[in-house]
Design a binder for this molecule. Structure first.
Ligand code: BG6
Ligand code: MG
Length: 219
């Protein structure tokens, strides 16, 4: 029986993936590093430090841990600057409608994001009231593809994984949901989230009616 929903943030509730890309690109350009959309795809759902390690490895750069940390911090400052422009108009189409519908039907809702900026993003979107709990990059040591963030969210909702559906746009996020024993909805192309239990191309198609129809015996 489904009693709750856990949503990833970047790429599911809002498209901050673009601001992440711009901030990494700015940093990479300053360093003379190669960084394009193909490398950026590998960062979807992945923590900040794991992300900079991927970019560093792609450039075969030799950088010590301390410098890497400061570079990631620099990227984060660019990202936080961009977040100031985020507003309640920046929900991905369909996301706000689904959150409202879930509240109205009495489902419990948590955020399950790798981002340490998740609370700022929710606040900029004015989305905080739609969530009963927030699990983010500050909640657990291990990030996606490990299931810890989602398990933290489910525990905060006082629900078991099998009572929750996780919404994810990242390959690593769907992996995390499956590892944790959650039901999963993938948002995006087959090549990225085709391994989710159910997949929608965008959040617009992921109405509560469509979700209920896809998991018929669980409602
Ligand atoms: C995820 C994004 O939600 O958060 C990743 O998909 C990002 O691209 C990660 O690296 C960590 O974000 P932050 O805000 O903690 O740097
Ligand atoms: Mg995401």
């Amino acid at each position: 029986m489904i009693k709750g929903f856990i949503f990833d943030l970047d790429g599911v509730i809002t498209d901050t993936a673009e601001q992440h890309f711009e901030a990494w690109k700015k940093l990479a350009d300053e360093l003379g590093w190669i960084f394009d959309r193909k490398v950026n795809e590998k960062l979807r759902g992945v923590s900040r430090m794991a992300s900079i390690n991927i970019i560093k490895d792609h450039n075969k750069a030799n950088v010590d841990e301390d410098t890497l940390f400061h570079l990631a911090e620099k990227k984060n400052n660019y990202y936080k600057e961009a977040l100031k422009e985020l507003s309640q108009d920046d929900f991905l189409p369909g996301a706000k409608e689904l959150l409202i519908h879930l509240k109205r039907e009495g489902f419990k809702v948590a955020l399950g994001s790798s981002s340490k900026n998740a609370k700022t993003v929710l606040s900029q979107l004015q989305a905080t009231p739609y969530f009963d709990a927030v699990a983010d990059g500050n909640s657990t040591k291990r990030s996606k593809p490990e299931p810890d963030i989602f398990l933290f969210g489910a525990k905060a909702l006082k629900l078991k994984p099998e009572e929750c559906i996780v919404f994810e746009d990242a390959e690593s996020g769907v992996d995390a949901a499956k590892k944790g024993g959650f039901h999963s909805v993938g948002i995006g192309p087959k090549g990225r989230v085709g391994h989710a239990d159910v997949r929608f191309e965008t959040m617009k198609e992921a109405t509560l009616f469509a979700v209920k129809s896809s998991f018929k015996n669980l409602f």
